[in-house]
Write a protein that binds this ligand. Structure first.
Ligand code: UDP
Length: 197
């Protein structure tokens, strides 16, 4: 199956390396609208059950990857096995590794200021060919959103990483993707905290 339905959410049934290839080709394209990649875990599906807005966001995502072995198990029990787990944190690293072949640019939005800064520093040490074109912490008021979008658009990254927690980051990307000047956006949860160490 190309897509596997778990609790009403259609997961993309691809391996990690197939997913990386798909996202890389999205990063190379001129796109009209920012592609939204969601790495969904069981917790997100539970939140979606009582939040119709999150269901809407999931229904409009370009790719939903199974982030969590629970999703993979559920797919086996339902007799529509998903190939493998594609976790957000791993996807992030695997994409950054591709900068050795195609040096794309990235904007880091989210987490506390010190965490965001340290994550950016550590990412550029790990991936010298990654072009970090901007970063901004995730503690802003809703009224500042226009300004944040402007900042992102000025930097015009290929990839926008959004770490505002689930489901805030998914809603933020969905609400702004039509006016964002980024090829791909991914909600990465606590990844900046892990990267900052
Ligand atoms: N965060 C943020 N702005 C907010 C709320 C959260 O930038 O208004 C950040 C927080 O600092 C952390 C990330 O979002 O870096 C969420 O991490 P958590 O581990 O809670 O993520 P989850 O995996 O639950 O999405």
């Amino acid at each position: 199956n190309e897509q596997v339905n778990i609790l009403g959410t259609l997961f993309h049934n691809k391996t990690m390396s197939e997913t990386v290839n798909m996202v890389m080709s999205m990063l190379r394209q001129d796109r009209e609208e920012t592609a939204h990649i969601i790495t969904a875990n069981p917790e997100m599906l539970m939140i979606a059950r009582s939040e119709p807005t999150l269901q809407e966001v999931l229904a409009h995502a370009d790719i939903i990857t199974p982030d969590g072995i629970g999703i993979v198990w559920a797919s086996r029990i339902l007799n529509t096995p998903i190939k493998e787990r594609v976790a957000g944190y791993d996807l992030l690293h695997n994409l950054c590794e591709q900068t050795n072949y195609y040096p794309f640019s990235v904007f880091l939005l989210g987490a506390k200021e010190e965490v965001n800064k340290k994550a950016a520093e550590n990412l550029s040490k790990l991936y010298p060919n990654l072009k970090i074109v901007g970063r901004k912490n995730g503690y802003f008021k809703e009224t500042e959103t226009d300004h944040i979008v402007e900042e992102v658009n000025k930097a015009s990254p290929d990839l926008l990483l959004v770490a505002l927690g689930v489901p805030k980051q998914e809603l933020w990307i969905y609400q702004n993707k039509k006016r964002l000047n980024a090829k791909v956006a991914i909600g990465v949860g606590g990844s900046f905290d892990v990267l900052a160490g």
